[in-house]
Ligand binder design. Structure first.
Ligand code: CTP
Length: 429
């Protein structure tokens, strides 16, 4: 199953996000009842680490006060009284912003932006801004679907403006339809994608595998392992944050999928292998983080195996056979095609971690291997933290001490991005 995942997103827990540190976000708020959700959005952007400057239109101030935004951002809020305070506020705000978000954006403001009208601080700032513009529409009573609004949306999209939502659901009028502003957490994830656009992996295609694979015994039972997918999903998010186009090939996981990946859901090692070999045909990098099942039942029963089939003396024997070694298959394909340019694997070990890791690096033809000792407290499956030693054929690249899987993922992506830079230099040199 292939899908561009824009409806499940990560960030359940509010924590600082590296990508948001020192970023300047201008949040424009226009007159809709969804303004109350924008206070939460401003709070979440601030907690993520951004400096948030809010501009409110006159109509927005009828729903929420500037004080509400000021309280969560810790910064002054701009209104149309701006002329009295500083006459070049719009140029300043527009030019220094890394991202301009308008949430909620009414049909009226969208129309003004489409036609370059600039009659309040927000719309003049939008004209002066050189940053990406993210719009979260909110409107009631079928206004979004009106041809006038649709034309305006298309006009703005052609100019590169990003639209997030609206969602379908119950609107303030009691009607149900398309017009609800997205929830703050979803908007935060859209802002994250927009901020990542010019990262070090912009223009690169990165394939990431995550989670376990499952090998069926019969229609109701399977062999699998303890992987939850946390580390692989963190790598996918870190690659997105670096601006990459990410294909995520994922076994069964119960964790949120990062917004913006192209998701391929698989179950067995064979399915994962086929998906990987196809996806890496044009990939710059492969992160093979999945905990792939190494064995599968030699014969799969197509009916549920009954207890009565057990032999009293011998029990029930399930004969196992070895599954495809995906990285070895990638190695063979890469020798012919040259892709992916850079590969990184994981070695989850319970003993002799370093030595086994070195052997796997060589055997699987990898550029990097992240070795982790899953017996260490706080490392490995299901944990939010990990500790890895990153090896290349030249030796230890970095010993990454115990910390969140998010930070580990960022370090791994950093090293792969650097290696891709070196591949490019070698090509042009
Ligand atoms: N891997 C793979 N195909 C498999 C098994 C593993 O591509 N059938 C990948 C994993 O995703 C990981 C790397 O190979 O990136 C090492 O996986 P690991 O389970 O540590 O090693 P194995 O090759 O399975 O060897 P062993 O089980 O003997 O440790």
């Amino acid at each position: 199953m292939l899908a561009l995942y824009l409806n499940r997103f990560t960030l359940n827990v509010m924590e600082p996000i590296t990508l948001f540190q020192n970023k300047r976000i201008v949040l424009g708020v226009t007159g809709s009842i969804a303004c109350y959700k924008s206070v939460d959005l401003a709070s979440k952007l601030t907690q993520a680490g951004a400096q948030v400057d809010v501009i409110m239109t006159e109509a927005a101030q009828k729903f929420v006060t500037p004080l509400a935004f000021r309280s969560v951002t810790g910064r002054p809020v701009y209104t149309d009284m701006w002329q009295l305070e500083t006459h070049v506020a719009h140029v300043n705000l527009g030019e220094t912003a890394d991202l301009l978000i308008i949430a909620p954006a009414t049909a009226h403001t969208i129309a003004k932006l489409a036609h370059g009208l600039a009659d309040n601080l927000l719309t003049v700032t939008a004209l002066a801004a050189r940053s990406p513009l993210l719009i979260a529409p909110a409107m009631d009573g079928g206004m979004y679907e009106h041809p006038a609004t649709q034309n305006n949306v298309h006009l703005l999209q052609e100019r590169g403006v990003i639209f997030a939502g609206p969602a379908k659901g119950r609107m303030a009028s009691g009607l149900t339809g398309l017009g609800r502003m997205l929830e703050p957490m979803e908007l935060l994830a859209h802002a994250r994608l927009a901020l990542a656009q010019n990262g070090p992996l912009a223009g690169r295609h990165v394939v990431v595998t995550a989670g376990p694979t499952r090998e069926p015994i019969d229609p109701v039972r399977f062999i699998s392992n303890r992987s939850t997918g946390k580390q692989g999903l963190a790598v996918a998010q870190a690659a997105l944050d670096a601006g990459a186009r990410v294909t995520l090939i994922c076994g069964p996981v119960f964790e949120p999928i990062p917004l913006g990946v192209t998701l391929i859901q698989v179950e067995t090692t064979q399915e994962m292998g086929e998906a990987v070999l196809e996806a890496v045909k044009d990939a710059d990098a492969l992160f093979m983080v999945a905990a792939v099942a190494d064995f599968r039942p030699g014969a799969r029963s197509d009916k549920k195996i009954k207890k009565t089939e057990m032999d009293e003396e011998w029990g029930l024997a399930i004969g196992l056979e070895v599954t495809l070694d995906i990285l070895s298959a990638v190695k063979a394909q890469r020798e012919k095609t040259g892709y992916p340019l850079v590969t990184l694997g994981f070695a989850a070990e319970t003993h002799n971690a370093f030595e086994y890791g070195r052997q796997k690096l060589w055997r699987k033809g990898l550029n990097f291997i992240a070795v982790n000792d899953v017996m260490q407290p706080g490392a490995g499956f299901a944990s939010d933290t990990n500790q890895v030693v990153l090896l290349s054929s030249a030796g230890v690249v970095e010993e990454i001490p115990m910390q969140s899987k998010t930070v580990i993922a960022e370090r791994l992506v950093h090293h792969v991005a650097r290696a891709l830079g070196r591949v490019n230099e070698a090509d042009s040199g």
